[in-house]
Design a protein around this ligand. Structure first.
Ligand SMILES: N[C@@H](CCC(=O)N[C@@H](CS)C(=O)NCC(=O)O)C(=O)O
Length: 207
């Protein structure tokens, strides 16, 4: 299998962290240079017409896109350690947490950065600075919610490490770099403490 991926991009990082947690070897990384617009080249668009990374090319030639779908596939191939839930009950609650984080925290950060940061202007045209700023505020509302969740349980979805921690961690790392967002400095002490614990995991190291 080949994983089309990019340096510094948060969605590929989610897949990389997921793979590292499972200690899987043998998936060949293929770097796609977003700054050079390689993801908009004809060969890449033939693999993913949406022009986004990550994309997982299977051995039979099919291409699986969308970070969560790629993780579902990898979890099926390598069930342990389980990151997406054992059985329908746990799977549903982990998915709820993961999608809340993805749709409200991760997307808010991505929209804020894409619409306000000059470095992202080549990817996001037109940029709407007011929209980006408002997304940054809404993302902070989600950070407040998550801070309160983490006051009650040690991981995003509850008692154990799951895909929801990976999604939240990669989102916050992107915000730390490009929005200078530091949860502790904004009063989210539980979120900051969780972030420090996540950063100690070997899977959190950049490849
Ligand atoms: N919904 C997609 C989003 C993928 C995505 O937006 N990837 C970014 C990198 S983190 C990208 O490829 N950006 C290129 C662009 O915006 O042109 C997923 O879950 O994988």
């Amino acid at each position: 299998m080949k994983l089309y991926t990019s340096s510094f991009a948060p969605n590929p990082r989610r897949v990389a962290m997921f793979i590292a947690e499972k200690a899987i070897a043998g998936i060949e990384p293929v770097l796609v240079d977003l700054a050079a617009a390689e993801h908009r080249s004809a060969p890449f668009l033939a693999r993913n017409p949406f022009g986004r990374v990550p994309a997982l090319e299977l051995d039979d030639g099919r291409v699986l896109c969308e970070t969560r779908a790629i993780c579902t596939y990898i979890e099926g191939l390598h069930p342990q350690p389980n990151l997406m839930g054992e059985g329908f009950d746990e799977r549903a609650f982990i998915e709820m947490a993961d999608r809340r984080v993805e749709l409200h925290l991760f997307a808010g950060i991505a929209n804020c950065v894409r619409h306000t940061h000059p470095g992202l202007a080549s990817l996001e045209q037109p940029q709407f600075a007011d929209f980006g700023a408002s997304q940054g505020e809404k993302m902070r509302e989600t950070a407040r919610w998550l801070d309160q969740e983490l006051a009650q349980h040690p991981f995003v979805a509850g008692a154990r490490f799951t895909i929801a921690d990976i999604t939240a961690y990669c989102a916050l790392e992107f915000a730390r770099g490009l929005m200078k967002f530091k949860p502790g400095a904004e009063g989210f002490s539980h979120l900051q403490a969780w972030r420090e614990r996540m950063a100690e995991r070997p899977s959190a190291a950049r490849a």
